[in-house]
Design a protein around this ligand. Structure first.
Ligand SMILES: NC(=O)C1=CN([C@@H]2O[C@H](COP(=O)(O)OP(=O)(O)OC[C@H]3O[C@@H](n4cnc5c(N)ncnc54)[C@H](OP(=O)(O)O)[C@@H]3O)[C@@H](O)[C@H]2O)C=CC1
Ligand SMILES: O=C1CO[C@H](CO)[C@@H](O)[C@@H]1O
Length: 306
């Protein structure tokens, strides 16, 4: 079933966001990005998630343009890359993203991560507010923000963030951040909602999928929707696009939601942006991470990301 008006969530600024997004991180080639974006739009997706960091905004924009679907029907997100924090850099980076996308505006612009320190983050936000005032960005948001980052932003923001995009799946419930976002009417977008396919063989997940006659991927996407999130799924296989969107004709009952909720093990599959420290120290081979404070952020960022 394709997305329609009833499969969108309300943002706190009165706009609407289609409930399932197609993420274009790491598609095998740039040419394929354009093709996949077109195929996703043909399949009914109306929400495309890219980032300057993905180096595919040009190809993504081409796919949107070549789809022939009216611009206003598509919700397009891109993100400010970490090295572009700061007022002037943000203005420049955003204009570059917009030009690459070949669009007149983006629906949502996110700070990709809080890396960089409080002052720089605040400057970036000021620049984003200006771009919002100019009508170039419809909604402002953040990504990979913890509670303390959000508190800091809410203190200074003239225009409040309407989205926090974070990694969430049943093995990583991010309960504290989710509670905070929900209290402040910040919509949670779930990235890596399929747990990057690393849990496809999980016996509990398989059992629930069998019960509903759905794929494990559909169960994870549906779980995310029923938790109130906006899942952003990625596939490089066109044949998987329709089924990843075909999640609006069934509901997971409370008992099975609870079974899936109980899978949480604080498993972070993304190890980036200096926000997390691997248990056992930098360089240890583990998927268990603990949050870092701001002071250690720069240090760890250098260790893990570049
Ligand atoms: N803000 C941030 O910091 C981040 C944002 N993101 C966003 O979230 C999006 C999705 O996240 P991502 O980390 O890619 O993870 P996902 O959880 O979407 O997993 C993608 C993996 O699942 C596989 N897959 C997809 N559909 C199916 C299916 N129906 N059956 C079997 N396997 C399937 C894909 O393989 P195949 O391609 O072969 O189908 C791929 O290996 C990104 O594209 C990006 O837009 C992601 C990470 C960080
Ligand atoms: O958006 C993203 C896609 O995944 C990357 C690697 O895990 C992240 O660094 C980045 O935040």
């Amino acid at each position: 079933m394709a997305l329609n008006a009833s499969s969108a969530r309300a943002l706190s600024n009165g706009l609407r966001i289609p409930m399932v997004g197609y993420g274009v991180y790491e598609l095998p080639s740039n040419r394929q990005t354009t093709e996949m974006v077109k195929k996703a739009l043909e399949a009914g997706y109306r929400h495309i998630d890219t980032a300057a960091m993905y180096h595919n905004e040009t190809e993504t924009g081409l796919g949107i343009c070549e789809s022939g679907i009216p611009r206003e029907e598509i919700f397009v997100t891109t993100k400010l890359d970490d090295p572009d924090h700061g007022f002037d850099r943000t203005l420049k980076a955003f204009r570059s993203s917009l030009q690459k996308l070949g669009l007149d505006y983006v629906d949502l612009y996110l700070i990709h991560s809080p890396h960089g320190g409080a002052q720089l983050r605040t400057e970036s936000w000021r620049a984003m507010e200006q771009l919002h005032d100019e009508g170039l960005i419809k909604s402002l948001g953040v990504s990979n923000y913890g509670v303390h980052h959000l508190e800091e932003l809410l203190e200074v923001a003239r225009i409040k963030p309407v989205v926090n995009q974070i990694e969430i799946h049943p093995w990583l419930d991010q309960a504290r951040i989710v509670d905070f976002c929900q209290q402040h009417e910040i919509v949670v977008e779930a990235y890596s909602p399929l747990a990057r396919a690393e849990k496809a063989d999980d016996p509990t997940l398989k059992q629930v999928a069998t019960k509903y006659g759905k794929t494990w991927a559909q169960i994870l996407i549906r779980w995310s929707i029923q938790r109130g999130y906006v899942p952003l799924t990625k596939t490089a296989q066109a044949s998987r696009l329709p089924s990843n969107l075909d999640v609006f004709n069934f509901a997971i009952v409370k008992e099975d939601m609870e079974t899936l909720n109980a899978l949480n093990e604080d498993l972070h599959l993304g190890k980036y942006h200096g926000l997390l420290r691997p248990v056992g120290g930098a360089g240890s081979m583990t998927n268990k991470f603990v949050p870092l404070g701001d002071v250690a952020e720069q240090f760890h960022y250098d260790l893990l990301r570049y």
